[in-house]
Design a protein around this ligand. Structure first.
Ligand code: NAP
Length: 517
């Protein structure tokens, strides 16, 4: 089982305290960064003397500057400290392959008790010939005698497609391995380390800690959200691609849903710049994918088939696997929009729906509502885009400045106005009408100005979170064939978006998340 290691440094007391905190958080190991201890003015001999008495087994390192550490001292001193850490009971001693290969004070040395980790780091790129580097590590380890070495490579991912290089190292096998792609693009190499079979992986204590290398997740996320200890080579991998992706709610809701059904599966965020390159490199080992901005068009030509609505909208947010058709693209945003409207109104085929905007969401809303037989009218700030969308979707475009005179049963905000700006609305407060339905696709904040104004005027409202959860439900059901635990997903998303429950509309949404509405 993959172990979780927390990097720590400071004086002997701080190191002991941090080791205790790491144990309490559920970590298995601490990595004592002796180079960073020295950098902070601590006495390295005192740190090393206490290494066997820490609350968790330790990996001892004194990383050279050349490989991203802070060790400026003599090589003989570094060797002596790590040899002492071995004598004092460190579980692992980590030395760079390059240092061992250079000989000097390392010549003829082998740890007597600790496992030896031979490491290689590239903080700029993906290195070169990583299989060759690992083969040299194993050859050097074999020539040193003692127990089998752990090979460790940590390189910098430039895009998520680089994850394929890391996974291939695990697939090749050959002995204990820790292979990490650093940086946000490489994060899944840490989150999937239990699936890929890493000896250990690194995590930081909480989001306030910077971690010792770019891209380290927190112990809590690794253990609770991504269920590292339940991962194995049978675990099915799902994920979301986008850029940026760090604030996506999808890992939260999908991992909870997978866990609720007790499925051996995990869902991770992939920060992806080139979606086609990612899919070609990594698609083969992914069971399903969510796709968000800016990649909703990028994989249309890459999948084996498209659901009808995804094909007509020419955008997809989901890939699932179908025994007969292979990788299929779907647009569950479309289904979610229709579902939200049908819950509020019943059938929508006789309704007049005014869509504000002509971007991705407005386009999806227009096609989805047209497919259900609704009359759709588009108003967009840039008139030409409204005209173009209306022609494609078979509906009418109207002047953005005159839109408030337009009769409608439903008003859908498909613009980004109001996002992150609780006082801005795309629609004048005085133009709302009692008895209509107002649907804001924006859900940050949950309670937008548009929805507040609409409620005050006696209109019914639909929050963008309903759409978000609806599209996630559509994805989950396509991937698993099981009913999504919608209320759990809703509650978790609400707690993340509005932890204090302070939004005026939240009471209504919160009831939805608990009452089965
Ligand atoms: P998009 O393709 O960039 O389109 C943005 C639209 O907003 C365009 O029509 C643009 O008009 C309009 N717009 C931007 N600023 C404006 C302003 N100041 N005044 C009037 N119109 C303005 O974005 P998208 O992908 O469709 O996303 C739109 C919003 O949907 C996002 O902000 C997000 O909050 C929400 N969303 C919700 C969900 C969900 O699950 N609930 C999912 C995805 C997105 P021009 O053509 O004139 O530029």
């Amino acid at each position: 089982m993959t172990l979780v290691a927390v990097p720590i440094h400071g004086d002997a007391i701080a190191v002991a305290t941090q080791a205790e905190a790491a144990r309490a958080a559920g970590a298995d190991l601490v990595e004592v960064l002796i180079d960073r201890c020295v950098e902070q003015g601590a006495d390295p001999d005192a740190v090393v003397a206490g290494i066997g008495a820490l609350a968790l087994p330790a990996i001892a390192t004194a990383r050279s500057v050349a490989e991203g550490g802070a060790w400026h001292g003599a090589e003989a001193r570094r060797q002596a400290l790590l040899a002492e850490a071995d004598r004092r009971g460190a579980a692992y001693v980590d030395v760079e392959l390059a240092a061992i290969a250079a000989g000097g004070p390392w010549t003829g040395w082998t740890p007597s008790r600790a496992r030896l980790v031979l490491s290689h780091h590239d903080h700029v790129g993906m290195g070169s010939d990583l299989p060759g580097v690992i083969a040299r590590m194993r050859a050097v380890g074999a020539s040193m005698g003692g127990s089998e070495i752990v090979a460790k490579v940590a390189v910098m991912a430039r895009d998520a497609a680089d994850l394929a290089t890391i996974r291939d190292l695990y697939v090749a096998g050959g002995g204990p391995l820790v292979a990490i792609a650093m940086g946000e693009h490489g994060l899944p190499s840490r989150l999937l380390s239990g699936v890929w079979g890493a000896e250990f992986t690194f995590a930081r204590m909480d989001s306030g800690h910077a971690g010792s290398a770019p891209g380290q997740p927190t112990v809590r996320d690794l253990l609770r959200l991504y269920r590292l200890k339940g991962q194995s080579d049978t675990t099915r991998v799902f994920g979301v691609i986008g850029s940026p992706i760090a604030h996506s709610l999808s890992p939260l809701v999908h991992n909870a849903a997978l866990g609720e059904h007790g499925l051996d599966a995990v869902y991770v965020p992939f920060r992806v710049e080139d979606a086609a390159a990612f899919w070609r490199a990594c698609g083969g080992w992914l069971e399903g994918l969510s796709i968000t901005i800016p990649h909703k068009q990028a994989l249309l030509a890459e999948v084996d088939g498209l659901e009808e609505l995804a094909d007509s909208i020419a955008a997809m947010n989901t890939i699932y696997r179908d025994d007969a058709d292979g990788a299929v693209g779907a647009n569950t945003d479309a289904g979610a929009i229709v579902r939200c409207l049908e819950i509020a109104l019943g059938r929508i085929d006789a309704r007049r729906i005014l869509v504000l905007g002509a971007g991705g969401v407005a386009r999806t809303a227009a096609f989805a509502c047209r497919a259900r037989g609704a009359e759709v009218v588009i108003a967009n700030r840039t008139a030409a885009r409204a005209v173009e969308l209306a022609a494609e979707a078979g509906c009418e475009a109207i002047d953005w400045r005159l839109a408030e005179r337009e009769p409608y049963d439903v008003l859908i905000n498909g613009t980004s106005v109001g996002m992150g700006k609780p006082d801005e609305s795309p629609w004048p407060a005085a133009a709302h009408r009692s008895g209509t339905v107002v649907f804001d696709t924006v859900y940050t904040p949950l309670e937008t100005r548009l929805l507040r104004d609409a409620q005050a005027a006696g209109a019914s409202t639909i929050c963008g979170l309903d759409m978000f959860i609806g599209q996630a439900v559509g994805q989950f059901e396509r991937w698993t064939g099981l009913p999504a635990p919608e209320h759990l997903m809703y509650r978790l998303a609400l707690e993340r978006l509005d932890p204090a429950g302070s939004s005026g509309l939240t009471g209504q949404w919160r009831r939805r998340s608990t009452s089965g509405g």
